[in-house]
Design a protein around this ligand. Sequence first.
Ligand SMILES: [Zn+2]
Length: 72
Amino acid sequence: MLGDIARFSPHDPDALVVASLACPVCLHSGSVRWEASLRGYDPSVRCRCSSCHQRWRVYLAPEQALRLGLMV
Ligand SMILES: [Zn+2]
């Protein structure tokens, strides 16, 4: 599985946060299904692209996990 580091700021609007979870292969963001696991030592989001079926995981800094927690 691919791994990546989230590239959004905690102050970014939702659209930018979602865009940062775009598929690394086909660059779609609208077709990405994601599931956040924000608790624990190493918060991350598991992503799956329904367009090209790529799966990957995005690792989050603690403040990014808080930001994403406001959206789920
Ligand atoms: Zn894709």
